[in-house]
Design a protein around this ligand. Structure first.
Ligand code: SDX
Length: 439
């Protein structure tokens, strides 16, 4: 059976014709439930001896998926068909995790069972605490996350056989449950405080805040407004189609690598400032701008082709309209700043004025550059009490469920094979070795 024939949805019709070297080839067009149709080119090389060329995948669908849909022109984001604003405003992060993993919102009983399962796996093997002492205290916490998450496969041998559905399920639960614990430990280690164990009576977001900000010497009460903000931030960042880090996880998983190693690869990719590292970079940019009167200088730099400076937190490969997550993040930002008494934080004033100016500037309007989720998340996370270098770690905690859901979907896809892109080769043609004395 060819790859094309093994696809889950059969080609609907042969609507695309391609003439290569004077020969016409008919290519099936496949329709999804939402979004652009796709031209199925799985047999193109066999038929024409040609590859397609799309280095940053601007026009390439790398897979079929039923998990998340983005309409970049309309600024729409759906998790399994549910709009992100409804989930963020009305649901919990555990509901979103269940939805992304299993495709439906849980019943009350399913929800309670799932939450209890996650709660029971929030602790890490006690010996993992020794990993941290191998790092410098000033190590970037993302470096710690890449190392410690990758090492999970050394501890949980009973959930790395990806062919066993029960082990895939257990690895998924363990990843979602343990990421906040590992992240909080990275933060505590960086500030020289003792690790705080998870508390089974707390919900996911409150538990994370407690592990980060509690100390053994006194009781720590989680502020419900901050816990709600944390929950919303987790929901907003949970999944986002085939972004760079998710594509990394899928490609790593296509070789049969264990799920912990795949998630570690996703964390490494997310760290980049063009991707998940943008929230850290956006706050640093706002702090560098400092005051409203310096905004025009930075707008000018962002528009200067000879200057590599970009407005961090602006622009997106897919959204050519306002990122729907950014709206909710802006609202959450105001709520948190008010709750912590920083509603007049000058950084927020700079951010709001920068957004106003950019949204009225021809350069940004023509290029459809709008604020993305990272623009306001940095200010919010700083107000929650996190240091800047923890921002992308929080993104990684949230995105773990998306990475895992996409990884599971790929593993369970009957047409799945190892990902192996080809290339346009423009290097030297064959030539013979020359002894060093003759060069
Ligand atoms: C995330 O993919 C996802 O889904 C990612 C994400 C997720 O949830 O997984 O949404 C999370 O990564 C959000 C994006 C965070 N990154 C940033 O905020 C960094 C700043 N943004 C840019 O680096 C950029 O906009 C990207 C990387 C986000 C998108 O890059 P593209 O789609 O490759 O766009 P591009 O670089 O081709 O830019 C198109 C034009 C260029 O000008 P021209 O060459 O056409 O003249 O717009 C310009 C760019 O110079 N441009 C910017 C700009 N972003 C793009 N100019 C100034 N400031 C910016 N921020």
């Amino acid at each position: 059976m060819s790859v094309a024939e093994s696809y889950i949805g059969k080609p609907t019709s042969t609507d695309a014709s391609l003439v290569v070297a004077g020969e016409r080839h008919e290519l099936p067009v496949r329709k999804g439930s939402l979004g652009p149709d796709v031209i199925d080119i799985t047999t193109l090389y066999a038929e024409t001896g040609h590859f397609t060329y799309d280095p940053s995948f601007t026009s390439t669908a790398s897979c079929e998926s039923k998990i998340t849909f983005i309409d970049g022109e309309k600024g729409v984001l759906l998790y399994r068909g549910y709009p992100i604003d409804q989930l963020a405003e009305r649901g919990t992060f555990m509901e979103t995790c269940y939805l992304l993993l299993y495709g439906e919102l849980p019943t009350k009983e399913q929800y309670e069972t799932f939450c209890n399962l996650i709660t029971r796996h929030t602790m890490v093997h006690e010996q993992m605490t020794r990993f941290y002492t191998g790092f410098r205290r000033d190590a970037h916490p993302m470096a710690v996350m890449v190392g410690v998450v990758g090492a999970l496969s050394a501890f949980y041998h009973d959930s790395i056989d990806i062919k066993d559905p029960a082990q895939r399920e257990m690895a998924s639960i363990r990843m979602i449950a343990k990421m906040p614990t590992i992240a909080a430990m990275a933060y505590k280690y960086s500030i020289g405080q003792p690790f705080i164990y998870p508390r089974n009576e707390l919900d996911y977001s409150s538990n994370f805040l407690h592990m980060c900000f509690a100390v053994p010497c006194e009781e720590y009460k989680v502020d419900p407004i901050l816990a709600r903000a944390m929950r919303r931030i987790f929901i907003l960042h949970a999944d986002h189609e085939q972004n760079a880090s998710t594509s990394t996880v899928r490609l790593a998983g296509s070789s049969g690598a264990n799920p912990f190693a795949c998630i570690s690869a996703g964390i490494a990719c997310l760290w980049g400032p063009a991707h998940g590292g943008a929230n850290e970079a956006a706050l640093q940019m706002l702090q560098e701008i400092g005051t409203v009167d310096r905004i025009p200088e930075y707008i000018k730099r962002a528009k200067d082709k000879n200057d590599s400076f970009r407005l961090m937190g602006f622009g997106h490969r897919v959204y050519k309209n306002y990122d729907p997550r950014a709206r909710i993040m802006q609202k959450t930002c105001h709520e948190v700043l008010e709750a912590v008494g920083h509603e007049d934080d000058p950084i927020l004033q700079v951010a709001m004025e920068l957004e106003r100016i950019a949204l009225n500037d021809d350069y940004f309007v023509e290029k459809k550059l709008y604020p993305n989720i990272d623009f306001y998340s940095g200010i919010t996370l700083k107000a929650l009490g996190f240091p800047t270098d923890m921002f992308t770690v929080l993104f990684a905690i949230a995105r773990t469920v998306g990475w895992i859901a996409q990884w599971k979907e790929m593993i369970e896809d009957p047409s799945q094979r190892i990902g192996r892109p080809r290339q346009l080769y423009t290097g030297p043609t064959e030539r013979s070795y020359i002894a060093i004395g003759d060069r």
